[in-house]
Design a protein around this ligand. Structure first.
Ligand code: CO
Length: 170
């Protein structure tokens, strides 16, 4: 398992609903954990490791007790206020920019046994969850980035697209 980089098409499409857990679910979870730890991320969506399924791993506190694994997450309520905050993405190495997100969200999701659950999140956890759930809908943070930040990352984005094409040609 490895990180998939922009502009790989798997990052741009809507991921499939998980109706029954994949047979190798434990392996997928463990692989995603390892990739995220290795890359020092605080959130990872399955499409970022090439799996087009609605599954995310978040751990904004970087401790076992702050880890959450969500299947089929849906944000059912956005509230609080909207705030700009800096984000990066493991699929966009060395790209950073401010994105406007809600401070509070409520989510319906299913756990690893496919049992229905709900949760609320605020602050950084809410930001990470919004970013990762966007991935499941093929929405990348650069499209939501403050225009000035998008402009300052333009060259780097072009390099990522060129790298992708170059690797495809090998
Ligand atoms: Co991301």
């Amino acid at each position: 398992m490895r990180i998939v980089y922009y502009p790989d098409p798997v990052l741009l499409k809507k991921a499939e609903t998980v109706v029954k857990p994949p047979a190798n679910l434990d392996e997928v979870v463990e692989g995603m954990r390892r990739v995220m730890a290795l890359e020092k991320g605080i959130g990872l969506a399955a499409p970022q490791v090439g799996l087009s399924i609605r599954m995310i791993l978040v751990n904004e506190g970087n401790k076992p007790e702050t880890e959450k694994i969500l299947l089929n997450p849906e944000i059912v309520k956005f509230y609080g206020k909207k705030e700009w905050g800096e984000e990066g993405c493991l699929s966009f190495p060395n790209i950073w920019g401010e994105v406007l997100r809600y401070t509070n969200i409520d989510i319906d999701y299913q756990d690893l046994e496919l049992k229905k659950q709900t949760m609320s999140a605020t602050g950084l956890a809410a930001r990470v969850l919004q970013h990762e759930i966007d991935h499941l809908n093929g929405i990348l943070f650069v499209t939501r980035m403050r225009p000035g930040d998008k402009e300052s990352n333009k060259q780097r984005l072009k390099e990522l697209r060129e790298n992708y094409e170059a690797l495809k040609a090998v």
